[in-house]
Write a protein of this length. Structure first.
Length: 241
């Protein structure tokens, strides 16, 4: 009887053991994200790295914290990036690329001034919303990464000028007065750079010095329209030469 009772208890425990073992088999490995977080691993790493770099700065950021935020294991991070420096460079490059992508953007308004005001507002808002933090981080690491700082400035400036030149060209079709004018093919990028220097740089510097985005946005419509008027008057003077 005792033997039967023991065998019976043993049989009754088997389903519980099987459930426990099955649960252990299904438990995700450390460092591997659950299914609901599955996706583009590289994008997750870059997103997490950008958050950590903005929060800590380059010097205080660690790959351990980035791995936890991703989530991804450190070996996975090293499979995509050589180290923290390469990851920081990739984050900066992605921000610059996103800022200068004007595909699908069409300036609003009927007049040239309205369209350029729309364009100028878009440029400033993009930089205030998306680049202030990473610009501060890059400036803070200028001594450590002088080449990266130059690259961010030159690459961002060149890409933005080329993108704005394209939109500017469409917005000023009615003003074209020959190939040698400010909106002609030979000078369009330089004209776009002047446009950005007039409108973006003052707002960007104020944001970098700590002025709030809400305050800057409240001034933006009147500021951009005034600068656009000055820009168009300068173009008229150029044509008159």
């Amino acid at each position: 009887m005792v033997g039967e009772r023991g065998r019976s208890q043993h049989r009754e425990c088997k389903p519980e053991l099987m459930v426990t073992k099955e649960h252990e088999l299904k438990r995700p490995r450390p460092g591997r994200p659950p299914k609901d977080l599955a996706g583009d691993v590289k994008t997750r790493i870059l997103d997490a790295a950008q958050r950590v770099f903005l929060k800590r700065g380059y010097q205080s950021a660690s790959l351990d914290e980035i791995a936890e935020a991703a989530p991804a294991s450190k070996p996975t991070i090293y499979a995509h990036f050589e180290g923290k420096e390469a990851l920081f460079e990739a984050v900066v490059a992605r921000v610059v690329e996103g800022l200068t992508d004007f595909g699908g953007f069409a300036p609003k308004g009927r007049s040239v001034q309205d369209k350029l005001t729309s364009l100028g507002t878009e440029v400033v808002e993009r930089f205030i919303d998306e680049t202030i933090g990473i610009t501060r981080a890059t400036i803070a690491e200028a001594d450590r990464f002088p080449a990266l700082s130059r690259q961010v400035h030159e690459h961002g400036r060149d890409r933005a000028a080329a993108a704005v030149s394209h939109v500017l060209g469409h917005a000023t079709d009615a003003l074209r007065r020959g190939a040698k004018g400010p909106f002609g093919p030979r000078r369009s990028v330089a004209t776009a750079q002047i446009f950005m220097d007039l409108i973006l740089l003052p707002m960007l510097m104020r944001a970098l010095m700590g002025e709030g985005a809400k305050e800057l946005r409240s001034e933006l419509p009147a500021f951009v329209r005034e600068r656009v008027s000055f820009f168009l008057a300068a173009c008229e003077t150029d044509w008159a030469k």
